[in-house]
Write a protein that binds this ligand. Structure first.
Ligand SMILES: Cc1cc2nc3c(=O)[nH]c(=O)nc-3n(C[C@H](O)[C@H](O)[C@H](O)COP(=O)(O)OP(=O)(O)OC[C@H]3O[C@@H](n4cnc5c(N)ncnc54)[C@H](O)[C@@H]3O)c2cc1C
Ligand code: SF4
Length: 490
């Protein structure tokens, strides 16, 4: 029987999803370039280029292998699929479970049939049964279970290296007088050029758009960065935009790489003695821990979770998020410039700079979420929603994280080299040269002190607030800073 096998832009892997059981002689592979997706938001051009070019390369690879591929531009995905279905006498549409609530709903409405989504290491129902058994959803507890269940970095029933985590070794600031490895450049081919022309943009050479390129990135990371990943994973440096991070999220998120392949390569390098345990563990934690946890939580918490705004944050998105010239804060200017350049910064600028700023300024979580989704190369609903709403801006009132990730300039100064060249001083909380993060951190605590007083993990901070002798002055400065940020002057 003829079937239409639908492959969305984030399931581009030959061995997983609906392609696993594909039959070249009867099946039609459907890939839809939805115009609603392309023009629906002011996406970062690099992101659109990456997604579209990867899908077109994938379609070509399947055709070369002998498949019938209908790669179609359509007003939206359901319409495109129904057009194809009409041309094939109403053949059934089969696909792997989608990665967002929205697409699931749309495909359900056209009677698509779903097979389980195997692009993750943890089935959704397995995660839900873990979460159901927990009082609080601590990632660390989930991660340890994953290590045992997947038998990764284990020596019998004990963790390799004698500990579950090496965080204490992995909080180094950026090294001084250090030579970072060169970046891997990805060359462009005819398909890339065609996509870039259609989008009227010129892509960087940062992101691969083929399976071959994604595998080369994995190999480059394992050879040149992996051994040093752990110690510097939280550092931020002006002289390197990616430090020793892997740059693999876009490929795991669009399917060009499967997380199992990444973990296998990492374990192999560790077992060959090429990587110390603190780096191996830190990296494995990100993939089998954080990545799987966030996807699990997205499905567990449900479609309404994204609308949480428990801190009642109503400020409109600040102009500095769109334009780095609208701020004098060195850390933010540099981060937003990096995003404009290549649609990526690592987890600490995302958390401790961008989200922290949205949190302490009381920026509306949904506006901030929409901006984050637009500008990152690896943004997808399942990963952005929990990371932003739960982890980044604490809009869920602590469902996911027991305390907000709010920090003043002291943290940023310790973990980066941004502050030296900044007109602000991370140590000051009042006065014209006070670091906006430092001022706003205390102001944020003060604004929410009643809520946080009930949280035992925040009691130390609230206690610190009560000891500030200059609180009235600080509150005045905070007002000036907020007004200045809104005008793009701070
Ligand atoms: C507010 C916020 C928003 C984020 N938005 C996204 C997003 O839209 N897409 C995305 O893939 N990641 C997101 N992350 C997680 C993380 O920042 C990126 O995965 C990482 O920076 C990607 O670069 P890398 O591949 O070099 O990662 P590495 O530092 O090399 O880490 C390896 C891998 O671990 C996984 N990982 C690590 N942390 C997380 C996490 N918190 N959630 C999910 N996976 C994780 C990623 O797959 C990543 O490729 C976000 C984190 C925060 C705090
Ligand atoms: S002083 Fe404050 S604003 Fe300036 S770079 Fe440091 S943390 Fe950022």
């Amino acid at each position: 029987m003829q079937r239409i096998l639908y492959i969305p832009f984030d399931q581009l892997h030959r061995d997983y999803g609906v392609l696993k059981g594909a039959d070249k002689s009867t099946d039609v592979i459907a890939i839809i370039e939805s115009q609603a997706m392309v023009t629906g938001a002011n996406w970062h051009p690099e992101r659109l280029f990456f997604l579209i070019s990867s899908a077109r390369h994938f379609a070509k690879d399947l055709r070369d292998e002998g498949f019938t591929v209908d790669y179609r531009k359509a007003t939206n995905t359901p319409t495109g699929l129904q057009e194809i279905q009409k041309e094939h006498k109403g053949a059934p549409i089969i696909c792997a479970e989608q990665s967002s609530f929205r697409l699931t709903e749309k495909l359900t409405a056209i009677d698509a049939e779903f097979i389980p989504n195997d692009f993750f290491l943890t089935p959704r129902d397995l995660f839900a049964s873990w979460a159901d058994s927990q009082k609080s959803y601590l990632m660390e507890n989930f991660y340890r279970k994953q290590r045992v269940r997947l038998n990764i970095l284990m020596e019998g029933d004990q963790p390799a290296g004698g500990a579950w985590n090496f965080d204490k070794d992995n909080r180094l600031p950026p090294p001084k007088n250090y030579t970072w490895p060169a970046y891997l450049e990805h060359t462009r081919d005819e398909i890339d050029t065609e996509v870039a022309k259609e989008l009227k943009m010129s892509p960087t050479t940062t992101w691969a758009t083929t399976r071959k390129g994604a595998l080369a990135q994995l190999d480059y990371f394992i050879k040149h960065h992996f051994a040093h990943f752990g110690p510097y994973e939280d550092a931020m440096a002006l002289d390197s935009w990616s430090l020793h991070h892997s740059l693999l999220s876009p490929y795991m998120n669009n399917g060009l790489l499967h997380p199992a392949e990444v973990i296998k390569a990492a374990e192999k390098a560790f077992k060959a003695g090429k990587v110390p345990i603190e780096s191996a563990e830190a990296f494995v934690r990100q993939i089998i821990g954080w990545r799987e946890y966030v996807n699990g939580m997205y499905w567990f918490l449900g479609p309404e979770y994204r609308n949480h705004n428990q801190l009642q944050a109503t400020r409109k998105l600040l102009p500095l998020f769109e334009d780095p010239n609208k701020t004098q804060m060195n850390c933010i200017k540099s981060t937003v410039t990096d995003i404009n350049d290549r649609a990526w910064v690592h987890h600490i600028p995302r958390l401790m700079l961008l989200s922290n700023l949205a949190l302490v300024t009381g920026t509306n979580p949904q506006e901030f979420l929409e901006w984050m989704r637009r500008v990152f190369i690896d943004a997808t609903d399942w990963v952005m929603v929990p990371n932003v709403i739960g982890m980044g801006v604490h809009a869920d009132g602590g469902l996911m994280m027991t305390k907000p990730y709010a920090a003043g300039g002291a943290y940023i100064s310790r973990m980066s080299n941004y502050c030296k060249g900044c007109i602000y001083n991370p140590k000051l909380r009042t006065g014209d040269t006070a670091c906006p993060f430092t001022t706003l951190y205390w102001d944020f605590l003060d604004r929410h002190k009643e809520t946080f007083a009930k949280n035992h993990r925040m009691s130390k901070q609230v206690f610190g607030l009560n000891r500030l002798s200059d609180l009235p002055e600080l509150k005045e400065r905070a007002q000036e800073v907020l007004e200045g940020l809104e005008k793009g002057l701070i």
